[in-house]
Design a protein. Structure first.
Length: 197
């Protein structure tokens, strides 16, 4: 954070220079390393959300067929449609394996997928492999394609499309969010000022 923004935080919001340094240090040392390990997190969450929506619909259809009580069904439907209920999860797990660079394991009865990857690979290779493995998950649970041959080719196609989208985002849209410190401060101060909240 530049000195002018530091002074504005001190003067406008009453925080101290020590608090600013502490928060910057914690963010840099604790938050950023975790963010870095969440490779393709937007894609993982999106695929999870799409699969969850599909599985919830299948579950509700099955309940509707067997439920004789409309009130019970309405209560179940309301509970299932709450966003916090997840019936499918994708877990990314780094492993110590030089033999297998990445692999997807489907967890029993369609409740999730575990994607392992060799933790010592360069970050860009990890992203590429994870995009491919996420392709396998998407193919299994989302695509209505009757011809899933070749499975690895289709997973690679999905990975390409996902990485192409990521690349296009950083080439174009990400520039919209690139501001200097003072512009970021002014946006925050204008919106987060206690008198306007």
């Amino acid at each position: 954070m530049d000195e002018a923004v530091t002074e504005k935080f001190i003067n406008d919001f009453g925080v101290t220079k020590e608090q600013i340094k502490k928060y910057e240090r914690i963010y840099a040392n604790e938050v950023i390393p975790v963010i870095t390990r969440h490779y393709l997190s937007h894609l993982v969450i999106t695929i999870e959300e799409l699969i969850n929506a599909k599985k919830k619909m299948e579950f509700l259809e099955a309940i509707k067929k067997t439920s004789n009580n409309v009130k019970d069904y309405v209560a179940i439907e309301r509970a299932v449609n709450k966003k916090m209920i997840r019936v499918f999860s994708i877990i990314l797990a780094p492993v110590d394996s030089e033999k297998l660079k990445a692999r997807t394991y489907f967890i029993g009865k369609g409740t999730g997928a575990l994607i392992t990857y060799w933790k010592d690979l360069p970050e860009e290779q990890i992203r590429i492999l994870l995009a491919h493995e996420l392709g396998h998950v998407a193919i299994k649970y989302l695509f209505q394609d009757t011809n899933l041959t070749p499975a690895d080719g289709l997973a690679t196609l999905f990975g390409f499309i996902a990485l192409q989208d990521r690349s296009n985002f950083y080439k174009t849209r990400a520039q919209e969010f690139s501001d200097d410190d003072m512009v970021i401060y002014n946006k925050l101060a204008n919106i987060c000022n206690r008198s306007s909240m």
